[in-house]
Design a binder for this molecule. Structure first.
Ligand code: KIV
Length: 267
């Protein structure tokens, strides 16, 4: 479905120096409420693997699962842009395989895909996806799918040389057609330097205040995922307690005979 937030909208936000917001969602009604709150881009992050499906890392989720959740989120959204994070190894074995798997997400309702990395091969994937009509949000800095190569959750781009390397990759991705770039866990100065030197909008995920947009995992924002809270995430609610309290009251009401009441039965 054509949405009112498109790649052009995001480009315009950057030109007008206007910030935009990105939040993850994994189901239809969470996506709907996030959109109603004014969020511009809804991302079906592969964080879904950990926060909703209970896997230990994001690398464990596959294309079939991402397709199901992409469909659910897309059905809840009418204005925001829907972006699907392509899972580990779904775009790595060949450009044709990447087109097939990314194209599947578009058929499920996504407006764009997100892919990690900026080496020669990934640049060629971005180029082909863009050529066939699949917009790409790139992702540099800490790239969770490279967790084992990077040796853990480590801040990237800490030296001038490392920042230059990220900028060089970012420019190649931009030239290949990427419409935006997530920068994850890099120092604020590094993200500022990259943002000032790109035409496409940058989206901070723990990359400070000077990016064109901010993204967070919604379960961190809602206070629903208890395993860990990244330093850069802000918790705005306590859904863990809310769910616990509702379930506790229901359990008590069933056992005391207080549920169902006369209003809640058929006569
Ligand atoms: O998986 C995810 O949710 C992400 C964002 C936080 C950028 O990649």
């Amino acid at each position: 479905m054509a949405k009112s937030v498109t790649v052009n909208t995001l480009k315009k936000y950057k030109q007008q120096n206007e910030k935009f917001s990105v939040l993850t969602a994994y189901d239809c009604y969470t996506a709907k409420y996030i959109e109603q709150a004014g969020v511009d881009v809804v991302l079906i992050g592969d964080s879904l693997a950990m926060v909703a499906l209970g896997y230990k890392t994001t690398n464990e989720i596959g294309v079939d699962e991402m397709a199901v959740f992409t469909g659910a989120v897309s059905r809840g959204v009418s204005r925001a842009m829907v972006v699907t994070d392509m899972p580990f190894l779904s775009y790595h074995s060949s450009v044709d395989e990447a087109v097939k798997n990314c194209g599947r997400m578009i058929k499920c309702g996504a407006n764009a895909v997100k892919i990690e990395g900026g080496g020669d091969y990934i640049v060629s994937v971005v180029e082909r996806l863009t050529q066939v009509g699949i917009p790409v949000m790139s992702h540099l800095g800490f790239t969770p799918q490279f967790l084992n190569v990077l040796g853990g959750y480590r801040i990237q781009g800490k030296t001038q040389e490392a920042a230059e390397k990220i900028l060089e990759q970012a420019k190649r991705l931009q030239d290949a057609g990427a419409f935006s770039l997530v920068l994850e866990m890099v120092p604020e100065d590094c993200a500022k330097y990259i943002t000032e030197n790109l035409e496409i909008p940058t989206i901070s995920c723990g990359a400070g205040r000077y990016c064109d947009a901010q993204v967070l995992v919604s379960d961190d924002v809602f206070g629903k995922f208890p395993e860990f809270k990244p330093k850069f995430a802000r918790k705005y609610g306590d859904m863990q307690s809310l769910i616990f309290e509702c379930a506790k009251k229901f359990n008590e009401d069933v056992k005391s005979g207080n549920f169902p009441s006369d209003d809640e039965i058929f006569h």
